[in-house]
Design a protein around this ligand. Structure first.
Ligand SMILES: [Zn+2]
Length: 90
């Protein structure tokens, strides 16, 4: 069967959507303050947790992670807290 490039592209996109379903949720704005300095494991906030732009190292529990990934986890947690209408410490 010969398919036009447009149809092939459309089928490819649909296949990708099925293979990698995405859920879009409207989350109220979460406060981004200190997300880059907060440990996603223990919650400790310290300027010294950022070894440099790329690396995160918690001064309290020793958690090591890419700084952007750690900050993303914190933003995700805050968004989930807002969705469940619980305080940020949830
Ligand atoms: Zn920690």
């Amino acid at each position: 069967m010969v398919l036009s490039s447009t149809i092939r592209g459309s089928l490819h996109s649909k296949h990708r959507m099925i293979s990698h379903p995405m859920v879009v949720v409207d989350v109220p704005d979460a406060d981004p303050k200190n997300t880059s300095r907060e440990c996603s494991v223990c919650g400790h906030i310290n300027k010294g947790n950022r070894k440099n732009q790329a690396e995160f190292h918690c001064q309290k529990c020793g958690h090591n992670e890419n700084a952007d990934i750690n900050a993303s986890k914190n933003m995700s947690s805050r968004g989930i807290c807002q969705l469940s209408r619980r305080p940020l410490s949830c």
